[in-house]
Design a protein around this ligand. Sequence first.
Ligand SMILES: NC(=O)c1ccc[n+]([C@@H]2O[C@H](COP(=O)([O-])OP(=O)(O)OC[C@H]3O[C@@H](n4cnc5c(N)ncnc54)[C@H](OP(=O)(O)O)[C@@H]3O)[C@@H](O)[C@H]2O)c1
Length: 258
Amino acid sequence: MEERRLGPVVGLGTWNSFQGDVELATEVVSAALDAGVRLFDTSPMYGAAERTLGVALGSRRPEGTVATKIWTPSADEARRQLADQLEWFGGSVDVEQVHNLVAWEERLPWLEGERDAGRIGRVGVTHYDPGAFGELGRALRTRRFQVVQLPYNPRQRECERELLPLAAELGVAAIVMVPLGSGRLVARGPNPEELERLRPYGVETWAQALLKWALSDERVDAVIPATRNADHVRENAAAGSPPWFGPDERRFVASIVT
Ligand SMILES: NC(=O)c1ccc[n+]([C@@H]2O[C@H](COP(=O)([O-])OP(=O)(O)OC[C@H]3O[C@@H](n4cnc5c(N)ncnc54)[C@H](OP(=O)(O)O)[C@@H]3O)[C@@H](O)[C@H]2O)c1
């Protein structure tokens, strides 16, 4: 069972973060690695994010677990996307996810072949839209995916109904996208005094409370908050250690959001 786990860990998302800004990416990624962050999520859908992440990791690539994606209905384009990734990430991708379920049934045998050849570590699948969760569940039930990526925060809890229980049952590692609601949940947080009862859990800030809320669900392996700010990286990384919240603390955090 432990074999499948990626965490519980705080990783780093890269959607909308760096565009092509290598200097900024290098500062943020270096701060992340120094703070113990190991999981980096990216995609061909995120413009120059993959290439920029590859440059930012540089010689420290072996310290990181790179989770990227294949995002295309075309088999030829899929091969091109992987070829680029192998170049940018030192010859292997740790987690290769089918982005938004695009052509997942066609891509799967090829991805498994690449995994058998050692160029991919684990095969995953993602979707952001609860309307696609039925199909995401169908993909997981093939038992051919080792990782699923889905949205989860106190305002988006649809995955609790079927997908998180299913992932736990099948031993599929769950990566949580948008743990801060794409920034909306942190734009206006509670007063620091209101978080007093979370201090024994190592929580100093509202962002940390939200990240620990997700990671304290035992079915969750990783959260991947995105940031352009090295201080935020360090703050977020600090939420990735025990003690974890119990049901009362999780209810308390959710009550602040709702
Ligand atoms: N597969 C998919 O369909 C899919 C879809 C969406 C996202 N994702 C993945 O999930 C990752 C995360 O999702 P997301 O980028 O939408 O949103 P998110 O991580 O929920 O929120 C990111 C926002 O939170 C802010 N933030 C981060 N840490 C903070 C802190 N400590 N204090 C205050 N603000 C903080 C960031 O601003 P600052 O830069 O100012 O810190 C940024 O605006 C993406 O980057 C991507 O890798 C995947």
